[in-house]
Design a protein around this ligand. Structure first.
Ligand code: AMP
Length: 217
């Protein structure tokens, strides 16, 4: 199945996309991860994206659509995929529809619903492993000895865009640019809401149940 995981930053969509991708062996395509790798590698794209990402703004639609178009053309995407963090604007959603016009299109959009104050709390307590990308949480899943990843032993840091001021800005950008996609996909009858405020195991069960139900259709 071709899925979109939609929701504000910090709603758990990346974590859950990774669970589902592993369970059903389909790629998780995170535009945020692709951009972070470009920044770390110092590529031309990374240089362009760095300041925008640090401020919590959005990288231009043209750049993002180019990246996704290239990624979806790869062989591992044939059986299906999870788009995580894309589309983030109506233009990106419309371009994705055009990209898939000769194929069956997106099957479903899982919309992760979480209240704003909970998101701020979650994101500002998030710490990310620089080696394996695992997200720790200082409140309920802290790294070892303050900054060592419990999964791989790598160094754990706070992403610049997880600092409170940037988080607030990311939420403003989300409300203005990305939230209209909820109605966009509702109108296409593809939207399924997930209660992202539950604990992580219940959310995981909900998305697995929903995936299995949709796969049987
Ligand atoms: P994420 O890890 O999905 O929260 O993405 C981190 C940052 O990368 C975002 O705050 C944006 O600056 C940028 N980014 C990721 N995906 C997109 C997208 N689809 N459109 C524009 N900018 C994006």
């Amino acid at each position: 199945m071709k899925l979109i995981f939609l929701g504000a930053p910090g709603t758990g969509k990346g974590t859950q996309a990774s669970v589902l991708a592993q369970k059903y062996t389909i790629p998780q395509i995170s535009t945020g991860d692709i951009l972070r790798k470009a920044v770390a590698d110092g590529t031309e794209l990374g240089v362009k994206a760095k300041a925008i990402m640090e401020s919590g703004g959005l990288v231009s639609d043209d750049i993002i659509i180019g990246l996704v178009d290239e990624r979806l053309a790869q062989d591992d995407c044939r059986p299906g995929y999870i788009l995580d963090g894309f589309p983030r604007t109506i233009t990106q959603a419309e371009d994705l529809d055009k990209m898939l016009a000769d194929k069956a299109g997106i099957d479903a959009v899982f919309y992760f619903d979480v209240a704003e104050e909970e998101i701020v709390k979650r994101l500002t307590s998030r710490r990310t492993c620089t080696q394996c990308g695992y997200n720790h949480n200082m409140i309920y899943d802290p790294p070892v000895d303050g900054d060592i990843c419990a999964k791989c032993g790598g160094k754990v840091i706070q992403r610049d865009d997880d600092k409170e001021e940037t988080v607030r800005n990311r939420l403003v950008v989300y409300t203005e640019k990305t939230a209209p996609l909820v109605d966009y996909y509702k109108n296409q009858n593809k939207l399924y809401a997930i209660d992202g405020a539950q604990d992580v195991d219940n959310v995981r069960q909900d998305i697995i149940d929903l995936y299995d139900k949709l796969a049987k259709k």
